[in-house]
Design a protein around this ligand. Structure first.
Ligand code: DX5
Ligand code: ZN
Length: 218
C-alpha cells in the first residue's frame, strides 16, 4: 500500500532497561514500537501489563502497537487504551466476539487490529476485515522471540491482501515472527505493510542500517 513501516518489538530488549530500548528504537528511524503482551494462558509466556505501557508513553511519540496474546482480551483492552496504546491488536482465537471488540477499540479512538496464529486460515477473519485497521499475521507460533520464520504463512498474507483488494478496504497487514533481512523481501512481496522485528533488531550492531535495509525491501 504505502511505504513499509518497521515495528521493533521490545520483547527482545533487556527487561531491566525498557527505557533504553525505547531510546534505541526512536534513534533507529523505525516507525512503531511493538508491545507484546502475554498472559501465560493464551501463550506459554508472561511479559508485562499496562503500567509499563503507561510509563513508556511519555518517552516516545512513536505509534505504540500493543499485541495482546491473552485470553478474554475484552477484559484488558480498556486498560491498554488508557495506558496510551495507539493500536490494539488481539487474537481471533482468543475471543468469540471479535467484531464487537474491534468496534469497541475504534470507539475508544484507537486503531483496531486482529491477529491470527499460523494454523488459523484467512477465511476465519474474512467477515471481520471491514472492522479492522490492522491485520497481524503471525509467522511463528506466538510466545517467544527468536523463533524460525514459517514461510507457508505468506500464502495467508497473499489471501488477505487479495480480500482487501476485493472488498475495497485499506487496513494494514503486518507480519510478526522471524523477520530479518533474509525473510523480509518475501513478506513484502506478498503484500505486507508492517514488519515487526524483535530479536533481529536488538541483535543488530547498526540498528539504523537494519531499519533502512528492511524499509528498502530487505
Ligand atoms: C512473538 C511476538 C513477536 C516477537 C517477534 O510471540 O508476538 O512480536 O517479539 O520476535 P522475533 O522477531 O525475534 O521473532
Ligand atoms: Zn508480537
Amino acid at each position: 500500500m504505502g511505504k513499509t513501516l518497521i515495528a521493533p518489538s521490545i520483547l527482545s530488549a533487556d527487561f531491566a532497561d525498557f527505557a533504553g530500548a525505547v531510546r534505541e528504537i526512536d534513534a533507529s528511524g523505525a516507525d512503531w514500537i511493538h508491545l507484546d503482551i502475554m498472559d501465560g494462558c493464551f501463550v506459554p509466556n508472561l511479559t508485562f501489563g499496562p503500567k509499563l505501557v503507561a510509563d513508556l508513553r511519555p518517552r516516545s511519540s512513536l505509534f505504540f502497537d500493543a499485541h495482546l496474546m491473552v485470553n478474554e482480551p475484552e477484559k484488558l483492552v480498556p486498560a491498554f487504551a488508557q495506558a496510551g496504546a495507539d493500536g490494539i491488536t488481539f487474537h481471533a482465537e482468543a475471543t468469540v466476539h471479535s467484531q464487537r471488540l474491534l468496534t469497541s477499540i475504534r470507539d475508544m479512538g484507537k486503531k483496531a487490529g486482529i491477529s491470527v496464529v499460523p494454523s488459523t486460515p484467512a477465511a476465519q477473519i474474512g467477515e471481520l476485515l471491514p472492522y479492522a485497521d490492522m491485520v497481524l499475521v503471525m509467522t511463528v507460533n506466538p510466545g517467544f522471540g527468536g523463533q524460525k520464520f514459517i514461510p507457508e504463512c505468506l500464502e495467508k498474507v497473499r489471501k488477505i491482501a487479495e480480500m482487501r483488494k476485493q472488498q475495497g478496504l485499506d487496513f494494514l497487514i503486518s507480519v510478526d515472527g522471524g523477520i530479518q533481512e533474509e525473510t523480509a523481501p518475501a513478506a513484502l512481496e506478498a503484500g505486507v505493510d508492517v514488519l515487526v522485528v524483535g530479536s533481529a533488531f536488538f541483535a543488530a550492531a547498526d540498528k539504523p542500517a537494519l531499519v533502512r535495509c528492511l524499509k528498502s525491501g530487505g
